[in-house]
Design a protein around this ligand. Sequence first.
Ligand SMILES: Cc1cc2nc3c(=O)[nH]c(=O)nc-3n(C[C@H](O)[C@H](O)[C@H](O)COP(=O)(O)O)c2cc1C
Length: 353
Amino acid sequence: MAGPRTMAHNAGTTHGRDQSAASPLMTLTYRSRATTPLSESQLADLQRSAAARNRAESITGMMVYNDDRFFQWLEGPPASIARIWSSISRDTRHADIEALSVHSAPTRLFANWSLKLTTGKGDPLMGDLTAMLSTNAAAERLAALVIATEPTEARLLLLAAHAEFRSISALTELLIEPAARCLGDLWTDDHCGEYEVTLGLCRLQTFLREVAADSVQQHSEHPLVVLVAPLPGEIHMLGATLDAEALWQAGHDTRVRFPSTEQALERIVATNWFDAVDLSLSPAFTREHRIERMSHIIDSVRRASKNPALVVIAGGRAFYDRTASSADVHSDGSSTSATHLSDDIARARCGHA
Ligand SMILES: Cc1cc2nc3c(=O)[nH]c(=O)nc-3n(C[C@H](O)[C@H](O)[C@H](O)COP(=O)(O)O)c2cc1C
């Protein structure tokens, strides 16, 4: 492998890291528990020497030290990751070391940090995650971070929360969906523009894909074929992405489509068999002006459907806030969170039977 000086020269990057597209990248995340609590200076020493070795090994990443627990994200060439991981796993300063994920990655998430360190209580970024989640503070923080020019801290917060919960459902219901609503509130209160809301939702969607990369599908005794789509004309896709992930994890045969017109949606249900259709409006805005149109679209979806007993579920902030109901949009049920969607469909199917 080329030395750091050569790599910095070749790639024209700072910090001597190899950014060349040709070299494969691997990411590894793990969590562990400190064998004895680390003082601030011990932690700073650890970070300094680890960052120096990471620089020499073309590794970048971040580490959270919170409540005597570590969570670390490492990224770099596979051979370097293997060497560093071998050292880390032999280190007696921590125990209960549990690898969370290892996979190849197209790009670096922490390209500017050899080892970004963030700590627990009192840290302006993390605060006390658990306490923050019991109020809406973490979601508000995430919403503010996700529309910043550089969204790395938003990503960090989500990664740390994921390490804490290890559940996409919990992350969705406790953090991502509330953050989407906070983005809508920021717009209502004139703290940001519509463009920023859309940007923030797109970024949440990207970060979700990153943390859900390793998610596994449960076995379902009765998998359903479900079409997941944003309502034609709805530009916010985050709701459909969360719904698709939740239904896939629950074991359903999930088909995601983005029909741009009502006719395109009708064609999809006319030419494919679906047990259920999930149509969603924005997770950030209540979209009052779209509710009546949604009812017409759902009527025409039923008429066009290959399945005469099609179950239709409506989702979006309007249904969470109860500014609209399933009766208003002629659906068989409405969903207040992606995490309940599979149950909402099952309940609506019982109603149909
Ligand atoms: C929680 C924790 C995280 C660490 N992260 C890194 C790291 O990212 N890079 C690194 O070189 N060393 C890291 N270290 C230190 C290594 O475990 C090890 O002490 C150091 O790399 C020297 O390696 P050696 O003991 O094999 O000579 C970490 C140690 C701990 C306890």
